[in-house]
Design a protein around this ligand. Structure first.
Ligand code: MG
Ligand code: MG
Length: 256
């Protein structure tokens, strides 16, 4: 995957379409969150997501993406699975699981991308802590999305939040520009140094997505060629928002 990708500054009109796509994406994720119950299959989550997308005349850029083509509209990644899990009728949720759901929405040619991790019934305290740390890292990254900062400031905020609490960030998968395509420049890793990277400009839109692991930063890909798991089998979590840099506060696009 080449990261010499173009950075597109969005017009106010493009930003308002992305905001609407983000609202729909939030509705998709909310529909899947309601289904995080024992016995529900990960294919059921995908079906619920597709129903919401269809209702709005939208589709997910995930379906058919990559090699081999991704077969579903959302990714569902459970426990040690960090990202890119493939929905399946055979895979049923169990009490205590933590489930990461990631979806994209295309509306009028513009893309929004977001993800959350939620629990099935009561989850162990160590899983709850992981969710809080990962969500906190997302917020720390979003706070840095201001004119005058650089991409490295966003990366460093995420890394510091996670590592200061004894957890790990992946080195292999990153945040990214989003909007006219699912993946645009700039690349925004979950680790970095303050004051480095590209200057943030108003109209930049970036999917910020901390991917956090309990035991190690190492990951591997399962033989299905998509599912990324922690190398040591430890728990993982993933939260993501698409965020616009403005002349004022960061604008989170993927909220209701
Ligand atoms: Mg995503
Ligand atoms: Mg993304």
């Amino acid at each position: 995957m080449s990261w010499a990708r173009q950075i597109h500054i969005k017009s106010p009109a493009e930003l308002s379409v992305m905001r609407e796509a983000g609202r729909i994406n939030a509705e998709v994720l909310a529909a899947t969150r309601e289904l995080l119950k024992p016995g529900v299959s990960t294919a059921d989550l995908n079906a619920a997501a597709e129903e919401v997308l269809r209702k709005h005349g939208c589709f997910s850029p995930f379906k058919g993406y990559g090699h081999p083509p991704f077969p579903a509209s959302i990714t569902v990644s459970i426990n040690r699975e960090l990202v890119h899990g493939i929905p399946s009728k055979r895979r049923k949720l169990k009490v205590g699981d933590i489930v990461s759901v990631d979806c994209g929405t295309v509306l009028e040619g513009m893309v929004a991308d977001s993800a959350f991790t939620g629990g099935v019934g009561e989850i162990p305290p160590e899983a709850q802590k992981l969710l809080e740390v990962t969500q906190g890292a997302l917020n720390a990254g979003i706070e840095m999305m201001c004119v005058g900062n650089r991409t490295g400031d966003v990366s460093a905020a995420i890394q510091n939040h996670v590592e200061s609490r004894g957890y790990f960030v992946t080195r292999e998968y990153t945040g990214h520009g989003v909007g006219r395509q699912m993946h645009e420049g700039p690349q925004v890793p979950n680790y970095g140094k303050p004051g480095t990277g590209l200057p943030l400009k108003a109209g930049m839109t970036i999917a910020i997505e901390p991917m956090v692991l309990v035991g190690t930063e190492e990951t591997r890909v399962l033989p299905d060629q998509w599912t990324v798991v922690s190398a040591d089998g430890s728990l993982t979590a993933h939260y993501e928002h698409s965020v616009a840099v403005t002349e004022g506060e960061p604008l989170i696009l993927t909220v209701p």
